[in-house]
Design a protein around this ligand. Structure first.
Ligand code: PEP
Ligand code: MN
Length: 658
């Protein structure tokens, strides 16, 4: 990612890390464009799309957002036309690139000056595309649409003019202008949204100048992997359009001009790229990519680490019931060391009951002292595998030497490379070629980049299911065994597609700190955890002081919303249900507090407390959200009704009823 030098007048972001990019939009504060621009930097308003795009070309802003397609109204002609003029003027390629697409929910309201009734409305002011999105409302009101250049401006204008007029705008813009809402969510199709394109300048060689840090997209552990920018083409000519439509591209056609009868933009799906590769332009025909042409592979985030930092969708690793990465989260648990067949079988049952989906246990133990317990070796691997099989969980175990890889990979479904061996390159090569997924711990003295380089060895040896695990690094701090480096973990998230795990046990070294560190890592968005558990920690052969008791693990996994294993007793599952009920009641209490607050605002604005259209939206949301759980629709609606009734009570609605 290249971050350009910005002029002195651009203020640094609050954290002082890097200057905040300027993101231009057309319209004024409160508009949907403003909202889209805020996602990419400091919003800067422009009166017209032309001026906005010219400012981008002149490097007065680092990005520009343009509304491209609306779900109801389709292609939005005004901005696309402005873009076509800029792109079309350049014969050799587009000077601009579409670097991201963002869908912004569009909830349009009908608003008027206080005291004006809905039946009195004769004129409705708004931007043309917004007017096209609520045709049924206009018909129903039998009002004349009046075009303004911006939705937020429409609201101000109505506030200024008064009379039998209303504006269609965002709720914020309407309230900001001092209007009251006559109707909410008035689009013909719901939910309505507009897809905005983020545009950036292109450097001389046609490569996208990625001036806007991809923070909103790539970073944040929950949103693993960054979506690829949309592949947008500007086309001119009937044959170009035919080729694009054969490639199943989404066509955003623009009204023609005499010398170029057919033109527009197209969003090409990856599957359609092949269909376009042989296309040759005829006279006057054109197809220009807005951004890197698709045959150019997106470079990795770190040049020297092409596999581990490749820009691609998040890697998901799946071994039976154990699934991590790409949105799936899981916990591996078990003893530090496999001590006996009975011990590991008991603990396998305990961790499965808690909700862990993989069983850990060391059979070769890397110990600081050569006189400490070294592990029971391959015999213990048999016990571990039998215990895993008994409860249906795959096993994870450490290999310390290349010679151990073959025999261990025969039995263990996942190999672990421990912190001490993070940079043991012969071991990495051997484990990477074993055909098994590998969990790679970060060495306690390795940087994030060195850790990723170690993973590159695994990927290069043919293993594409690599799990990265932060387990505490060595710092000056002695209160804990290691320092769990969540910052490093988040930094790794922005660099790699691989699943990221945290090991709170080895980081803490003390049982009492493990749940807190586990929560911190889970809250930071790790894909998974690996946790040590023992039912008799005082007599454990290794790492007893940091082992959680099985019941501690249960409580923690209930908190994380993982499901207890199928072997759990009724009591065990009921404890998980009690935890879910606790969450639900807390959420309901919060909902009621919000209802009270919205009622205060409505009273201040002189609006009625009850809003049946909004209630219908809420009811639909519950029915839709619960449908995958096969909930009976009327039952889901009853649940919504009960919440709405509680809300009305909290808002004091009953009191104002006649
Ligand atoms: C382990 O997981 O038991 C272990 C030895 O971990 P680490 O390599 O992180 O110290
Ligand atoms: Mn251990």
């Amino acid at each position: 990612m290249q971050i350009p030098l910005l002029e002195q007048d651009v203020p640094a972001d609050p954290a002082g890390l890097r200057p905040e990019p300027r993101a231009g939009y057309q319209g004024q504060a409160g508009s949907f464009g403003f909202r889209a621009a805020s996602r990419f930097g400091r919003p800067e308003a422009f009166p017209t799309f032309e001026k906005l795009l010219r400012a981008l070309v002149a490097a007065e802003v680092e990005a520009a957002v343009l509304p491209a397609v609306n779900r109801v109204a389709g292609p939005i002609l005004e901005p696309l036309d402005a873009l076509a003029r800029i792109v079309g003027a350049n014969g050799h390629g587009a000077p601009l690139a579409v670097t991201a697409e963002l869908a912004v929910p569009v909830r349009l309201v009908l608003a008027a000056r206080p005291g004006v009734r809905r039946e009195e409305i004769r004129e409705v002011l708004s931007q043309p595309p917004a007017l096209r999105q609520c045709r049924s409302l206009l018909e129903e009101l039998d009002a004349t649409p009046i075009e303004t250049h911006d939705t937020a401006y429409a609201a101000y204008r109505v506030a200024e003019l008064g009379g039998p007029r209303a504006a269609v705008s965002s709720e914020e813009a309407a309230l900001e202008a001092g209007l009251v809402l006559l109707d909410e969510d008035v689009s013909d199709l719901k939910p309505n949204f507009t897809r905005f394109w983020r545009l950036a300048r292109v450097e001389g060689d046609g490569r996208t100048l990625d001036v806007v840090p991809d923070a909103a997209f790539a970073v944040g552990l929950a949103e693993a992997g960054s979506p690829a920018p949309p592949r947008v083409v500007y086309f001119v000519g009937a044959q170009a359009m035919a080729a694009l439509s054969k490639a199943k591209a989404e066509l955003l056609s623009l009204p023609g001009v005499p010398e170029a009868p057919v033109r527009g933009f197209a969003v090409v799906p990856p599957a359609g790229l092949g269909a376009l590769s042989g296309w040759k332009p005829a006279d006057g025909e054109r197809m220009l990519w807005l951004g890197a042409p698709p045959e150019r592979k997106t470079p990795p985030r770190v040049k020297e680490l092409p596999k581990v930092t490749a820009v691609r969708e998040a890697t998901a690793v799946r071994v039976g019931p154990f699934e991590v990465g790409g949105g799936k989260r899981a916990v591996i648990a078990g003893p530090c060391a496999v001590e006996s067949p009975e011990q590991v079988e008991r603990l396998a049952r305990a961790v499965a009951r808690a909700g862990a989906t993989a069983l850990r246990g060391g059979v070769f133990k890397p110990r600081t002292s050569p006189y400490a317990f070294q592990g029971h070796g391959l015999a213990a691997l048999e016990w571990l595998r039998a215990a895993g099989d008994a409860v249906g969980l795959p096993i994870v175990t450490e290999v310390m030497a290349p010679a151990q890889v073959g025999p261990v990979a025969e039995r263990a479904q996942v190999l672990q490379i421990g912190a001490r061996n993070c940079q043991n390159y012969d071991l990495l090569k051997e484990a990477g070629g074993s055909g098994r997924p590998v969990l790679l711990k970060r060495g306690f003295g390795t940087t994030v980049e060195e850790w990723l380089s170690a993973a590159e060895y695994l990927l290069d040896a043919g293993c594409d299911e690599v799990l990265l695990c932060e387990r505490g690094i060595r710092t000056f701090e002695k209160a804990t065994r290691g320092t769990l480096d969540l910052g490093g973990l988040l930094a790794a998230r922005s660099m790699t597609h691989l699943p990221l795990l945290a090991d709170p046990s080895h980081a803490a070294g003390r049982r009492d700190l493990v749940p807190g560190l586990a929560r911190a890592a889970w809250g930071a968005g790790v894909d998974g955890l690996i946790v040590e558990v023992h039912d008799a920690p005082e007599s454990a052969l290794s790492d007893g002081p940091q082992a959680l008791l099985p019941e501690d693990l249960e409580a923690l996994l209930d908190e994380f919303g993982l499901l207890p294993g199928r072997s759990g007793s009724i009591e065990r599952v009921r404890r998980a249900i009690d935890a879910a009920d606790g969450e639900i009641t807390r959420a309901v209490a919060r909902r009621l507090a919000l209802c009270r607050r919205v009622a205060d605002v409505k009273r201040r604005n002189g609006q009625p407390i009850r809003d049946e259209a909004r209630e219908a939206t809420v009811r639909r949301r519950y029915v839709d959200a619960l449908r995958p759980e096969a909930a009976h629709e009327p039952t889901a609606a009853h649940l919504a009704d009960a919440l709405i009734a509680l809300g009305l009570e909290a808002e004091g609605w009953a009191a104002e009823a006649p």
